[in-house]
Design a protein around this ligand. Structure first.
Ligand SMILES: NC(=O)c1ccc[n+]([C@@H]2O[C@H](COP(=O)([O-])OP(=O)(O)OC[C@H]3O[C@@H](n4cnc5c(N)ncnc54)[C@H](OP(=O)(O)O)[C@@H]3O)[C@@H](O)[C@H]2O)c1
Length: 308
């Protein structure tokens, strides 16, 4: 079968190549992958991992063969899934407890945007629950995590301020429920009960300056790569604020993956969550990596695999 293979020593970071098919463990289903998505963190792995390593966490497709231990989902089920790696291939072995079934009206492309980004949006927002009536600020709001976080927070009754990099990026969020969209965090007025921060550098400092007393800043990334200088005295006007480091994979128990994926899939099916995706053919992955790094992908970069 064909798969994306790491080629850090070559002319391009990865290549689509012929490899041996997967041999699923007893708790893994064999899935024909119709779409997958690329996460910003995976761009870094291309360089860090050795030649021949096979990337790929977020996938959507159809179960060809159920897990040998009898776990849901059965063959024929359309699914969204989270792999440890190896997912960007015509077929993937996916742990059954990290999959959820998709309703027929959920396109594979929308589903593929959900695992890493959707779980991150959902689980970061839980740090501010209940959100009804609260002010929530989301940085990187036009990105893969951000657009989902804006929608989930708004749907939960929060008043959302979305931070984007430019007026064009603001259009990505049209109709998705943000109360206001601003192009620089320094222009965000007032205090927020919950702030989702992944831009880093001066954005993180500005976020702390905007959190309510006893509010929470969830730090889940550093897209700018810049450090942030902070000093305890910054909290004088934000007393007892919580700075929460966040890692989507380890923040909740392993057995919560399937229910959380199922919740996200259900929200897409009923129309209350509309993942913003930019779709490409999977052979264009080397072209799209720099676009994602350069902030030129609206929402999530999703790749289609034509199944033979
Ligand atoms: N901790 C975890 O478990 C976890 C899980 C998932 C993702 N992450 C991290 O969370 C971040 C967001 O992930 P993602 O998938 O949403 O990435 P993404 O799709 O690339 O979106 C990132 C957004 O951040 C903004 N951004 C990028 N560089 C920036 C900079 N230098 N200064 C200010 N804003 C900048 C961009 O805004 P504009 O488009 O408006 O320019 C972009 O839309 C990444 O750093 C990722 O590595 C962490």
């Amino acid at each position: 079968m064909l798969a994306v293979v790491n080629t850090p020593g070559g002319a391009e970071p990865v290549a689509v190549r012929e490899v041996a098919g997967p041999e699923p463990l007893p708790n893994e289903a064999l899935v024909a992958v119709h779409a997958f998505s690329l996460n910003r963190g995976e761009l870094r792995l291309f360089q860090a991992r050795p030649e021949g390593w096979r990337p790929g966490q977020d996938i959507a497709g159809v179960v060809l063969r159920a897990a040998a231990d009898g776990s849901f989902p059965p063959a024929g089920t359309r699914v969204v899934g989270l792999c440890d790696w190896h997912g960007w291939a015509e077929r993937a072995a996916v742990p059954a407890h990290r999959m959820a079934a998709l309703a027929d009206n959920v396109p594979y492309a929308a589903a593929a945007a959900l695992p890493v980004a959707g779980l991150t949006a959902l689980r970061t927002l839980r740090h501010g629950a209940p959100l009804l009536g609260k002010r929530v600020l989301v940085t990187g709001a036009a990105g893969g995590v951000g657009n989902l976080a804006v929608q989930l927070a708004a749907r939960s009754g929060a008043r959302v301020t979305a931070i984007v990099g430019s007026p064009e990026r603001a259009r990505v969020l049209d109709g998705l429920g943000a109360a206001e969209t601003v192009t620089d965090i320094d222009a965000a007025q007032g205090r927020f009960a919950l702030i989702l921060e992944a831009a880093g550098g001066r954005s993180l400092k500005a976020a702390i300056e905007r959190v309510e007393a006893k509010g929470t800043v969830v730090i889940f990334g550093n897209s700018s790569g810049e450090p942030t200088e902070i000093d305890f005295r910054i909290f004088g006007e934000h007393q007892n604020a919580c700075i929460q480091a966040f890692h989507y994979f380890t923040c909740e128990a392993e057995d919560r993956f399937a229910p959380d994926l199922a919740l996200l899939a259900l929200l897409v099916a009923d129309g209350s969550l509309r993942p913003v995706v930019s779709e490409y053919d999977w052979r264009d992955i080397n072209r799209v990596g720099p676009l994602l790094r350069g902030r030129q992908v609206a929402g999530k970069a999703v790749f289609r695999i034509e199944q033979k």
